[in-house]
Each structure stands twice: as C-alpha cells, then as structure tokens.
Design a binder for this molecule. Structure first.
Ligand code: REL
Ligand code: ZN
Length: 453
C-alpha cells in the first residue's frame, strides 16, 4: 500500500538505504592475503592522503619536516593537529571518528586516547585478518568491492603471480594508465619484467590478454592525464594512426631524440613506437574481450609533487573528447566518472545519447555529502535510475565503514526529496523505493555489464 504520510515515506527511504547491500565499483583495497598491500588500522587511516593534505594546510611543520617523519610519528602529529587542536568537521576527519565509533571505540575517541585506539585495533585483528576483513565488509554492508590491479606494479602483481586466493568480497580490475597515455617506456618495462621478448602492438596486446586471463577483470581502467585528448581518425586511411592521433606528440619526441641513421628494422620498430596505444591496443582490446573501459577523468596529477599522493589537483575537461570516444567506439562500454562538478551535468546529457556509457560515483573532490546529494538528485532527474550513485575509492579497509556511511546519508537526503515527488504524483510504496535504491547502488551497473550493444 502507498505511504500514508511523509514521515512513513522518509523512514522507509532511510531504512532501505541503510540496509541495501552495495557494490563498490572502484576501490584501491587489496585483500589481506596480499599482506604488504593490505592497508588497515589507525596508522593507515590517519596517514590517508586526504588528511595529509588537510594537515599541511596549516601545519607548524614544513612539508619536508613532515614528510621525513616515520609513519607512526605522522599519525601522532595529524591526530594532535586535526583531532585535538581542531574540531574534525571535514569529510575526511569526520570519517575517522565514524570508524572509531563503528568499531566500538567511542570511549577512546571521547578521551582522545590514541594509545587506547592502537591497542583496540590490534585486538580486533587478533582473530585473523581474513575474519576481520569479512567483518568490515559485512558491517559496511558491501556485497563486493572492485579493486585496482596494476600490471605495471611488480610488487602488487607478485601476489597474483603466486596464485593466491582471496575473499569473494573482492573483484579485480586491470588498471592500464600507460596504455592510455601512450607511455611506451612503462609498457616495455612491465613487459620485460614479465619476461616478454617482443615489443610491437601485437606483443602488447598479448601481454594485456595474458593478464586478463590471469585475473579475469570486471573492466579495464585508467584515469586520464590532464592533457588527455582523443581525435577521431578515419580508420580506413593507411598511416592514420601515425599522423592524426593523441600519440602524435609522442611520435615527434621520438624522432627528435633519435636522429641518427637507421636500417629498415629500426624504422619498423619506430613505426611501432609511434603507434597509438589507446587506439591500437586499449580500445580494440576492450571491444574484442568485451570488457568495459572505465575512465576517471579530471585529475591534474602532481600539481604539488612535494605532497606525494596528496599533491594531485583537478581540471574541468572538454566533454567532446568523451563524445568522440563514444561515437567512434559504439561496441565498447565506457564506465565514466568525473572529478569536476562542472562536468557532471554534461555527463548526464551524454549518457542519454549513448547506451554504451554508464556514469558512476562521486569521485574524491566531489565525494562530499552536499555534492553527493546534489549530483545524485540531478542524475535521478536526468537519468532515472540508470547510473551508479557512488563508489568509495577506499584505500584502507576500515574506510569502507565511513565512506559508505557518509554516502548513504547523502543518498537518504536525495531520495527523501525525489521519492516525495513520485509519491505526491500518484503514490508509491516500499517496493518502489527498493527498486530505486537497488538499481543505483549496483543493480544498474550489473545490468550495464550484461547489456548487448
Ligand atoms: O584512482 C584514481 O586515480 C584516484 O582515485 C587516486 O589517484 C586517488 O589518489 C584516490 O585516492 C582518490 O580518492
Ligand atoms: Zn581511485
């Protein structure tokens, strides 16, 4: 039966949002079996780059003084500054407090007892990392989280090479930024490390395919560099790749670097060098293997390199780049998110034109309650339920608890308003609310993966 009043409507929305099992479709989490890559506990939580950036904004220490500290010392310094000297009002600082509360450390938080917190975290892990890991997933009500698996990282991939098994709560995604950037140097290095002899386009394809069959990724992914561009080429024109594509700058550079004489063999390998890894490897492979290409667009990497991971900035991008990709590659599915708020609206318009596009998440600088609410309302108005409202981007296991708590709160606010309109229009009930919630927290994503193009 239909809701009798707004109170019932809102409490049902809250209840459905609190209880839905979510698919987290992009994180940087790695399983406990990958020991050194498994980030957990208070030191990792407080060393999160969002907090480092907030700390540096007003710290008494200089950047280099801070960066030279040990991890444990950094924890203490951040704790004293952001949680004792200041009140934790930011998204990232509130998050830590929420984790503490969620894991039964309200008393320690009240007393600002960092040592107490440290020993409680140790105690929690006493029953074994996989049990602890499972408890965090189930407390956060996450069905599964998609990892970021980087074949260019020897240390990360060694765990896969060893064939370790891990919890079903994790799914894989193959992260291939150098293919999108046309960075042959990195590609060749990674291939050499994997013992691959050849170096041309076919060899690169084989290498990527081998990783795909090894880890069975949900999708291929990359985040675009600031100057990322993609120009349409007439694929029927011989030599088109060498002249008219985003790799053109790269080609010029290679020619400048190497102006001595050469034989035919060298010339042939130079043609390979200048080939566009995006157009000749990544996009064709996505089509051939029927793997979506997930793009994260709008990061301006290392605007302040002294800050490490905390040193990345933002750009609002020209949407015609994505438009051309969608037009040129109708058989490739694109999962896309944007860093800039300005790009979110245009992204919704594009989604309405291209069924091979799925918009997901409120990434990093738009992963803030007020912005999640606003973006989600706009997406509901423009796309119905054909999007995924959020991904967490967690790097530390326990962040699942707070990031999803915060996102669920924002979603409740968005849905209370939007569902109310539906109700006022002609009535609605719990089942109607559930359909909406399930679709935008993973249902639409899974449907998109299965969609025929
Ligand atoms: O996947 C990415 O490219 C980004 O999400 C990361 O580079 C970023 O550092 C992440 O921690 C942001 O949330
Ligand atoms: Zn990420």
């Amino acid at each position: 039966s239909h809701f009798k009043d707004v109170v019932e409507l809102e409490s049902t929305v809250d209840d459905e949002v609190d209880n839905v099992e979510i698919i987290d479709l992009h994180t940087h989490l790695l399983p406990s079996e990958h020991s050194d890559k498994f980030l957990t506990g208070i030191d990792e939580l407080l060393n999160y780059h969002y907090l480092v950036s907030e700390y540096i904004m007003s710290s008494e220490m200089t950047v280099s003084e801070f960066m030279n500290l040990t991890k444990e010392r950094k924890t203490e310094v951040i704790w004293n500054e952001l949680f004792i000297r200041m009140t934790p009002v930011s998204e990232a600082t509130r998050g830590v407090v929420n984790v503490l509360k969620g894991l039964g450390m309200a008393k320690e938080w009240k007393e600002r007892d960092l040592n107490g917190i440290r020993s409680k975290f140790l105690a929690l892990r006493a029953s074994g990392d996989d049990a602890y890991e499972e408890s965090i997933f189930s407390l956060s009500k996450i069905k599964y989280a998609v990892m970021t698996n980087i074949p260019f990282s020897k240390e990360e991939m060694k765990h896969f090479k060893e064939g370790k098994t891990f919890s079903k709560r994790y799914r894989t995604a193959l992260r291939v930024d150098p293919l999108l950037e046309g960075d042959w140097g990195k590609v060749k290095l990674a291939m050499a490390e994997d013992g691959i002899k050849g170096s041309g386009i076919p060899a690169v394809k084989e290498w990527v395919k081998t990783w795909c069959s090894k880890i069975s990724p949900e999708y291929l992914m990359a985040s675009t560099p600031k100057n990322f561009t993609y120009e349409s080429v007439d694929m029927t024109q011989p030599g088109a790749f060498a002249t008219n594509v985003s790799g053109a700058g790269k080609k010029r550079k290679i020619e400048q670097d190497d102006d001595c004489c050469e034989d035919a063999g060298e010339q042939a390998s130079r043609i390979n060098e200048s080939s566009d890894l995006l157009k000749e490897v990544l996009l064709p492979l996505a089509e051939e293997l029927q793997l979506p290409l997930a793009l994260k667009i709008g990061c301006d990497r290392q605007v302040n390199p002294t800050l490490g991971l905390a040193g990345d900035g933002i750009v609002t991008v020209d949407m015609s780049i994505l438009l051309r990709l969608l037009q040129d590659w109708p058989k490739v599915k694109f999962l896309v998110t944007f860093l800039s708020l300005e790009n979110q609206h245009s992204a919704c318009v594009l989604k309405g034109k291209f069924r091979n596009l799925h918009i997901y998440g409120c990434w990093w600088y738009v992963n803030q309650g007020s912005l999640i609410e606003r973006i989600t309302r706009m997406r509901l108005e423009m796309l119905g339920t054909n999007f995924t409202f959020q991904h967490s981007d967690c790097r530390v296991l326990e962040q699942l608890l707070y990031k999803w708590k915060h996102s669920r709160e924002a979603l409740k606010l968005a849905l209370r308003g939007e569902i109310r309109k539906v109700w006022e229009n002609g009535g609605c009930n719990r089942a109607d609310v559930r359909k909406v919630v399930e679709r935008i927290t993973g249902g639409s994503y899974e449907e998109f993966l299965k969609m025929r193009l």
